[in-house]
Design a protein around this ligand. Structure first.
Ligand code: PFF
Length: 464
């Protein structure tokens, strides 16, 4: 009881968050957060990484990273965002006044730029493929034809840029409606559609003769291919898939209501996100094997193999449209949250109004992202650290900035902010009786989460 009466100073109430900038219902919180987590990471990245890194062996490592690191950082970020009532920079400034912790939030804005730089391009390809599958122009059972179709899209600078701008215009347009009417309403409408389409394509794939081979590829553990790199890959994927380590979940946390149960929300989101990833793998691999294709061990799986697979089945064009529409939907929810990190930077740090912030964000990304969009054409030979802009943006965000951000956030929570604050924030000022959950979270975020991130990073640098 003492705790409860002494927490008045802790700003976990949402009352003073500006009107309109709040998720209006618990369902809205769930769909928006899940919308951020589910994205190209689930459909484009998870299946090929799992398939080519030892199937279930990779899955086990990925699950360990998600339970011990990803979910904990998600809980931590949402908690800090709600308590600090603002995006990552504002929240960390409010919770650690006069200290340099807000720099973690600033790094998050840089991560958002890096991720959106290449993400908006891949989303652009997905958008383009919806139209191409509608017109039937990519429907061929010959992988050489589908390779040619993909190559001519990405090697064409004008098409690459235009599709990226279309993506930025669509997502920016949604954000102009604000948090409740833009993000919340869109994700509430689109997430059920995504699940339905995924189930539809999954059933089609699973009922094809020879589907079992695909399941074996995805789930049969092969520990012989596991290396130190695999751990970094799994950790990076966990950060990327759960949208953590870069302040995105802090920004969303600042829109949470004061009665939202954060540990439960984060766990549900992580579970649902995992389910979508597995469903995507189940929708893809059985079909790939059923028609005798090789599971390309790379991103081209989605744009080269998949069209050929769909072309091989009856009513394939219908399923292909469904598949690319669901992928586009997934990417939109994720991009709304990525853009929101930058929008709130202009809005909360630079004091610009929200609409102007959205326009500036989209414009800045059109410029920054063009280097990634042109990575397969005009700028193909420009390399930094041996990587094209596209690969550099990807590598720096997933494998460097997000794990480092996650490390600093967990250190801040466990060692600086401390148990009493955590307890007040996660119990919703004593309203929830979740002492044990909080105790477990505290133990993990203070010791286990940072230790695991450090081990993986040192291992990667060959120091361990
Ligand atoms: N979680 C998204 C995906 O899996 O595609 C990507 C992402 C969204 C990463 C938002 C980071 C972020 F802040």
């Amino acid at each position: 009881m003492e705790e409860v009466s002494s927490i008045k100073t802790l700003p976990v109430k949402t009352g003073s968050v500006r009107a309109g900038e709040i998720f209006s219902s618990r369902l809205g919180v769930l769909t928006a957060t899940l919308g951020s987590a589910v994205g190209l990471g689930n459909i484009w990245r998870f299946p090929y990484l799992t398939g080519s890194n030892g199937g279930a062996a990779f899955l086990i490592i990925y699950l360990i990273c998600t339970v011990l690191v990803g979910i904990q950082v998600m809980v931590g970020e949402q908690m800090l965002g709600r308590a600090g009532k603002g995006n990552a920079i504002a929240a960390l400034r409010a919770l650690a006044p006069g200290k340099a912790w807000w720099l973690v939030g600033a790094a998050g804005v840089i991560s958002a730029f890096l991720i959106m730089g290449f993400y908006s391009e891949v989303a652009g390809w997905v958008f383009a493929y919806i139209f191409k599958s509608l017109s039937g122009s990519i429907l061929s059972t010959d992988p050489q034809v589908t390779t040619q179709a993909f190559t001519s899209l990405i090697a064409n600078p004008t098409q690459s840029l235009v599709w990226q701008w279309i993506v930025l215009a669509v997502t920016g347009g949604i954000l102009l409606f604000g948090v409740t009417k833009g993000i919340e309403r869109t994700t509430k409408t689109l997430m059920p559609v995504l699940f339905l389409l995924l189930i539809l394509v999954g059933i089609r794939s699973l009922t094809l003769p020879g589907a079992a081979q695909g399941l074996t590829y995805l789930f049969k553990p092969d520990f012989s291919v596991i290396t130190a790199d695999t751990f970094l890959e799994a950790l990076g994927l966990s950060f990327f898939k759960l949208s953590v380590g870069m302040g995105c979940m802090m920004t969303y946390g600042s829109y949470f209501r004061s009665d939202q149960n954060i540990p439960t929300t984060a766990t549900r989101v992580a579970l649902a996100d995992l389910m979508v990833s597995l469903m995507a793998g189940i929708a893809i691999f059985p079909a790939v094997f059923a028609f005798g294709f090789k599971p390309e061990s790379g991103p081209s799986l989605l744009f080269i193999t998949i069209p050929a697979v769909f072309a091989s089945m009856p009513l394939g064009n219908v399923f292909m449209v469904a598949f690319f529409v669901l992928t586009a939907i997934a990417s939109i929810g994720a991009m709304l949250s990525l853009l929101e990190v930058i929008v709130t930077f202009f809005n909360q740090q630079l004091g610009l109004n929200r609409k102007l912030s959205v326009v500036l964000t989209a414009a800045a990304l059109a410029v920054f992202g063009s280097a990634a969009a042109l990575s397969n054409s005009t700028l193909a030979n420009v390399k930094i650290l041996g990587l094209t802009f596209f690969d550099l943006y990807d590598y720096m965000s997933s494998n460097v900035l997000m794990p480092l951000g996650g490390l600093l956030i967990s250190v801040f929570i466990g060692w600086i902010w401390g148990y009493p604050n955590i307890r007040k924030a996660l119990s919703n000022e004593g309203m929830l009786k979740n002492e044990r959950v909080i105790g477990m979270f505290f133990g993990l975020i203070k010791f286990v989460t940072p230790a695991l991130i450090v081990i993986v990073l040192l291992n990667k640098l060959n120091i361990l």
